[in-house]
Design a binder for this molecule. Structure first.
Ligand SMILES: Nc1ncnc2c1ncn2[C@@H]1O[C@H](COP(=O)(O)OP(=O)(O)OP(=O)(O)O)[C@@H](O)[C@H]1O
Ligand SMILES: O=P(O)(O)OC[C@H]1O[C@](O)(CO)[C@@H](O)[C@@H]1O
Length: 324
């Protein structure tokens, strides 16, 4: 392993926080220490790069926090980094602190940011997929997705209890800005009657077909992704149009899905990708995201990662089967 070139890695978390980010930070610090590389953490995503807001990290300090949700480095959505002016300031920070490689933990927006930054900064960048949305190519799962789905399931199960007791229709909105992964996984595993996602056009038709005849002793559960083009309110009024007798409630799970300690899967993913990202730098790799495909570590160029995500065919078939 060639570790001569990289002496000082900068790391940051960016976009929405996600459970497992702290595990990845711990693993980065541990691996870097083992190979004699210094690590500095930039606080608040790209904002910290612009402002030179950095802290030194030691693995024994991170070890205490590895099981915690959120990100100890804090995170942000940075308007300033969208401007060349902001990116130039970030470059000055890197030069002033002699940072010779960057690891970013975030979603596709964060990797788009790195691609744009690479036009003026040629140190190697490595990405780790950290977003509850799971909307990134090049990895089976993103950090935080499994934990978010577990939180959604736990809450939907509870809603189902009360829905059944009252014979109610419940629309539960789950997160996913442009992506239906949380809705598909949480909807299928809680026995939802309908699952609405932005990637499908037929799901709404199936829902209306089903709900117009709904007159049972059971709950009728609709799980809708916040990114769905129709949205919870409109779904509610359409349901009432086709079946005016329903007693209907809407629950938005919201940011509760982003919090909480990471699941076992997310902790392990964080550890594996944290180690893989430092190793990738040591091997001279640049501008790639470390992910896990078919349970094997995989490096994918940012250009591939930021392409529009697709829900795979098997999941779409499941939706078709369970949605009808
Ligand atoms: N095209 C771009 N050029 C420069 N910077 C960008 C670009 N796109 C996104 N960024 C930067 O990356 C940050 C993070 O992106 P974004 O807010 O979309 O979250 P994300 O990384 O996709 O995570 P999540 O999936 O949790 O929302 C943005 O706030 C912005 O500072
Ligand atoms: O916390 P914010 O900035 O409101 O972002 C919410 C968005 O972030 C995500 O939780 C992803 O991090 C999306 O599912 C959601 O649309």
């Amino acid at each position: 392993m060639n570790t001569n070139k990289i002496k000082h890695i900068g790391v940051f978390t960016s976009g929405g926080d996600s459970p497992g980010m702290n595990s990845a930070l711990y693993a980065i610090a541990k691996t870097a220490e083992a190979t004699g590389i210094k690590v500095s953490g930039f606080r608040k995503g790209y904002e910290g790069l612009i402002d030179g807001d950095l802290v030194q990290f030691k693995s024994h300090e991170l070890q205490k926090l590895t099981q915690k949700g959120g990100t100890i480095l804090k995170t942000a959505r940075s308007k300033r980094f969208l401007e060349l002016e902001g990116r130039k300031k970030a470059l000055q920070t890197l030069n002033a602190n002699k940072i010779d490689a960057l690891i970013a933990i975030g979603g596709d927006g964060t990797f788009k940011g790195l691609l744009t930054f690479s036009e003026i900064c040629d140190i190697p960048f490595i990405g780790i997929p950290g977003t509850i949305d799971n909307d990134i190519s090049g990895t089976d799962y993103t950090l935080g997705f499994d934990s978010a789905v577990n939180t959604a399931i736990e809450n939907i199960d509870k809603i189902k209890d009360t829905a059944e007791s009252h014979n109610r229709v419940f629309i539960v909105e789950v997160m996913g800005r442009d992506s239906g992964y949380i809705a598909i996984h949480s909807g299928l595993t809680t026995g939802a009657d309908a699952i609405l996602i932005p990637e499908s056009g037929k799901d709404f038709i199936y829902l209306l077909d089903k709900v117009k005849n709904y007159d049972s002793e059971d709950a009728f559960l609709v799980v809708v992704s916040e990114g769905d083009e129709i949205g919870a309110e409109l779904v509610s009024s359409k349901i009432k149009e086709v079946n005016p007798n329903v007693d209907l409630r809407i629950t938005r799970l919201g940011h509760i899905q982003r919090g909480g300690n990471p699941s076992a899967l997310d902790r392990m993913l964080g550890i594996r990708l944290g180690v893989a990202s430092v190793n990738a730098l040591s091997q001279g790799k640049k501008n790639v995201m470390a992910g896990v495909l078919n349970n094997q570590l995989h490096l994918t160029p940012f250009k591939e990662v930021v392409k529009q995500h697709q829900v795979d065919d098997e999941l779409m078939e499941l939706l078709e089967l369970f949605g009808k």
